[in-house]
Design a protein around this ligand. Structure first.
Ligand code: SIN
Ligand code: CO
Length: 394
């Protein structure tokens, strides 16, 4: 995993900047060359099921028009000369090789990483001044872009009734011109505006943080499915009351206690349900998973043993989460569910979660025991793993 923070150590960055304040890092990736050209990005935006958007600034009566892909060649030829941006999200899920770039940001845990968005804009193009709800690293990939930020944030109101989230007012406090390889980190909520100086590509590595209501809903849904579905309220101690329409005090106490018992789980159970919830596969990610053949553990190991074939990588969309903590049993969560790990499958789960691109020899060594080989085959069949050419260097 290569460094991406220039002269900043990961510890310093996390302590002083992460979720706290913006940071400009000159030559975060020295001599960075975009692995994708604007034409390739446009090609991607023409494919079915690719989350692509065009933001056109001066579209006549509808300023700041937003259009969703897939686009056609004519869509691009009919664009104005300037004043538009093409944005494609989930690029690392569409082009798995891009995970080698995303890997550089794994000083933040996988479950917090959302996606790599790539944008292209001709000179003058931008998506307007706005605020994002998430942390983002804006890596300049090609050409130059002027970034302006308002920090500390002052203006938060958006222009009503238009296609995009555009700040009504933006008073920049700082501005920089970013060259390829330069990178700007922004915590959530900082107003920013990036305007292309010439033809320009920007890579945004965006993060996710679960909404607390979603986390609570995922955990309680799971708790409910684990409950005894036949358990029911009973009241052999029922007393007479003056008002049958009232929930009596002693009944309330009893109901509260019953409910608290349901929610009062020990840490091991809660951790597992949290990990399962965080590993859920969003419905709109279905197309990002490979359709792998139902191979047996032996067949999969045979393929891995053949050096002339591809090796495996983690499917970029897959949310694989390891709980490997001290005294509690180790668990691997994926796709909203989890598997217990034993002493044979735990070392494999550690490799699978620590790395993104795997080495066949290492996978073979870690799957000599049937429990581990079965785990590998199961994750393969579920599409959590996919084939990838051998890396030249590890
Ligand atoms: C862009 O790449 O044009 C916009 C990225 C952002 O502001 O989040
Ligand atoms: Co933004």
């Amino acid at each position: 995993m290569e460094q991406v923070l220039g002269k900043f150590s990961q510890e310093d960055f996390l302590r002083h900047y992460w979720q706290k304040k913006p940071l400009l890092i000159r030559q975060a990736i020295p001599d960075f060359v975009s692995p994708l050209s604007p034409e390739e990005l446009a090609g991607l935006a023409c494919e079915e099921d690719v989350p692509a958007r065009l933001v056109i600034e001066s579209a006549g009566e509808r300023p700041w028009m937003l259009r969703h892909g897939p686009f056609s060649e004519e869509d691009f030829t009919s664009l104005p000369e300037a004043g538009y941006s093409l944005l494609v999200t989930d690029c690392e899920k569409l082009i798995p090789d891009l995970m080698s770039l995303v890997e550089r940001f794994r000083f933040v845990p996988d479950w917090r990483i959302d996606d790599l968005m790539i944008s292209y804009a001709p000179a003058g193009g931008s998506v307007g001044a706005h605020i994002d709800e998430y942390d983002v690293f804006l890596l300049q990939a090609q050409g130059t872009r002027r970034w302006m930020i308002e920090y500390p944030p002052k203006n938060t109101a958006f222009v009503p009734d238009i296609d995009i989230r555009l700040l009504e007012q933006f008073d920049p406090t700082e501005e920089w011109v970013l060259e390829p390889g330069d990178m700007l980190y922004l915590p959530p909520g900082v107003p920013h505006h990036g305007v292309a100086i010439g033809d320009c590509m920007t890579f945004s590595i965006g993060f996710r943080a679960p909404m607390l209501n979603e986390l609570a809903s995922g955990v309680t849904d799971r708790l409910i499915t684990r409950m005894d579905a036949t358990a029911r309220y009973t009241d052999p101690d029922l007393k007479t009351s003056t008002n049958p329409g009232m929930l009596a005090t002693q009944t309330r106490t009893k109901l509260r206690e019953l409910l608290r018992d349901v929610l009062n789980q020990d840490d091991v159970v809660l951790d597992q349900l949290i990990a399962e919830t965080l590993s859920e596969r969003p419905i709109d990610h279905a197309g990002y998973y490979p359709d792998n053949d139902p191979l047996t553990a032996t067949e999969l190991r045979d393929l891995l043993g053949n050096d002339s074939l591809d090796t495996l990588m983690r499917t970029p969309a897959a949310r694989l989460i390891l709980l490997d903590g001290g005294s509690s049993p180790a668990v691997l969560a994926y796709d909203g569910q989890s598997l217990p790990l034993d002493e044979h499958s735990l070392p494999l789960a550690q490799i699978l979660t620590r790395k993104v691109f795997y080495d066949s020899a290492e996978l073979l060594a870690a799957t000599e025991q049937p429990a581990a080989a079965d785990l590998l085959a199961l994750l393969y069949v579920e599409g959590i793993l996919q084939w990838h050419p051998h890396l030249l260097e590890q």
